[in-house]
Design a protein around this ligand. Structure first.
Ligand code: 4AD
Ligand code: MG
Length: 479
């Protein structure tokens, strides 16, 4: 018999029909005459209730059914009074597809800590929390492609293995086929990269931007959506060594156009989540409220769905780095040295505590900061007339801090060349990038959205390790 996914089954009203469902047991409750099985197949956060009459046939089968087991159930679709759903299935035939020994299966029906579930990442999709996050991730991937497709952007695949450091931060994973036990050396004792796979040093990319720019300077509007890798040894709740980034790049856009696009995109995908993921959001909202019960009233986050609607309602605040520094230096936590990093002067790099102060305490809505000091930003950003700042923009969100980083790009060949030289970036790794400023150079802009930071915000989760199925962080490479 053809299987009906639970998501669709729960919408059916043709009671009396024989149906088939397949899925995994969440719970089993049995009394003398009747047993109830909650079955979930991942198509929705909701379970369907299977009602099983305890007779000679089913008694044997029920003994083999425990939380985690996989079943195929044929039965009568019936109107339900008690299960919390409108429909249930009265079992006629049950096949145990895969048993789960209750003495071994780790996800027994009780509350598990997120730390415990991280160690069980191979099974944690089977919990409500992680299946909800997986469905929301999917919806957001889809919404992002739809957003750009509707606006005539082309999706470009940029390389994952590169010979250049796009962000210039030197936080790259090296890729090599050299035998590390016996590295070939040149006469002067250096590693002989001529013998390596590519004939030169290679790394995993930190960003698709530079190649994205090449495409934008012909196709006008492009975006990338790919994995990026950073070997920064920061064990925070917002950093991964492998994460996904969305990087649009637009010819003829200045920084204002860039900010407009970033704000429009974030609001579009949040609206999409509210329109398409309500069951999962409601579950995550309840989860977050449970989690925060022990917090003080003023430390609790805004209710999740209210928070998402709130972001949609207001325009983001836009102000310069210089103004932000002024606000921060005059702020209570800075004066009372309550920030971990007290801001001493203009030029300081902003930490997430400062970003969150601006967003959560000062403005109480998302903030876009612009025109940062050149010294704390990447080489490719357009230099301002003042000789000190660049046309950078960071979008700052509550709970997250920086969710987007971007800029208008330096389109002037000489200025870009001088900056590359000043920062000792090898010209041999950048000649092709520089050439776009020689031939038909135009003003252009772009930004990068950290996909997992977006999912953190949307799900109300507090650790980035819980919003990607298999997190890669320092000293952690299990699954
Ligand atoms: O600010 P970043 O470093 O900007 C770039 O890579 C530019 N090339 C983007 C561009 O203009 N095309 O990174 C962009 C975003 C950050 O705002 C943050 O959301 C996310 O990527 N991000 C990380 N997310 C998870 N783990 C990390 N280690 C991250 N580093 C950056
Ligand atoms: Mg950044």
């Amino acid at each position: 018999m053809k299987r009906t996914e639970i998501k669709y089954l729960l919408e059916r009203t043709d009671f009396g029909e024989i149906v088939n469902v397949k899925g995994w047991v969440r719970t089993k409750r049995a009394s003398k005459n009747v047993a109830f099985i909650a079955l979930n197949d991942g198509s929705t956060i909701k379970n369907v209730q299977i009602v099983v009459e305890v007779n000679d046939v089913f008694e044997k089968i029920l003994e083999r059914i425990h939380t985690g087991a996989a079943l195929s159930v044929d039965g009568v679709l019936a109107e339900s009074l008690g299960s919390g759903q409108k429909v249930e299935i009265q079992a006629k035939e049950i096949t145990v597809l895969g048993e789960a020994d209750p003495n071994e299966y780790p996800l027994q029906p009780k509350k598990h800590s997120l730390e415990f579930l991280r160690e069980k990442a191979h099974l944690r999709f089977r919990t409500n929390t992680f299946s909800a996050i997986a469905r929301i991730r999917h919806a957001m991937i889809f919404a992002i492609h739809q957003f750009f497709n509707e606006r005539n952007f082309y999706n470009i695949h940029t390389p994952i293995i590169t010979g250049s450091d796009a962000e210039g931060a030197g936080e790259m994973f090296q890729v090599t086929t050299l035998n590390l036990e016996n590295v070939p050396k040149t006469e002067d004792g250096k590693v002989d990269y001529k013998k390596d796979f590519f004939g030169k040093p290679a790394n995993l990319t930190v960003s698709g931007q530079l190649e994205g720019e090449l495409a934008a300077l012909a196709l006008s509007k492009i975006y990338t959506f790919g994995p990026t890798f950073r070997a920064e040894n920061s064990n925070t709740t917002r950093h991964l060594a492998e994460f996904w980034m969305i990087e649009p790049e637009m010819a003829f856009y200045d920084l204002d156009d860039n900010m407009d696009l970033a704000e429009e995109m974030l609001k579009y995908v949040i609206r999409y989540a509210l329109d398409h993921c309500m069951d999962d959001l409601q579950f995550l909202s309840k989860r977050q409220q449970e989690e925060e019960k022990n917090k003080k009233q003023n430390e609790r986050s805004m209710e999740l769905i209210e928070k998402l609607n709130f972001i949609l309602a207001e325009p983001f605040v836009r102000l310069s780095y210089t103004e932000a520094i002024r606000i921060l230096m005059n702020s209570k936590p800075n004066k009372k040295k309550r920030f971990q990093y007290v801001i001493e002067a203009w030029g300081a790099d902003l930490q997430s505590e400062h970003e969150r102060y601006l967003v959560e305490k000062h403005f109480k809505r998302p903030v876009i900061l612009t025109d940062y000091p050149a010294d704390i930003k990447a080489f490719y950003m357009k230099q301002n007339e003042d000789g000190k700042t660049v046309r950078a923009m960071d979008v700052l969100f509550p709970q997250i801090g920086e969710i987007i980083g971007g800029s208008q790009r330096e389109e002037d060949y000489n200025k870009l060349y001088d900056r590359i030289k000043a920062l000792n970036i090898p010209e041999s790794s950048m000649w092709w990038y520089l050439e776009t400023r020689k031939f038909g150079s135009v003003p252009h802009s772009g930004f990068g959205l950290g996909f997992e930071r977006l999912i953190l915000f949307l799900t109300g989760m507090s650790n980035i390790r819980d919003v990607i199925p298999f997190p890669r962080t320092p000293q952690n490479l299990e699954f």
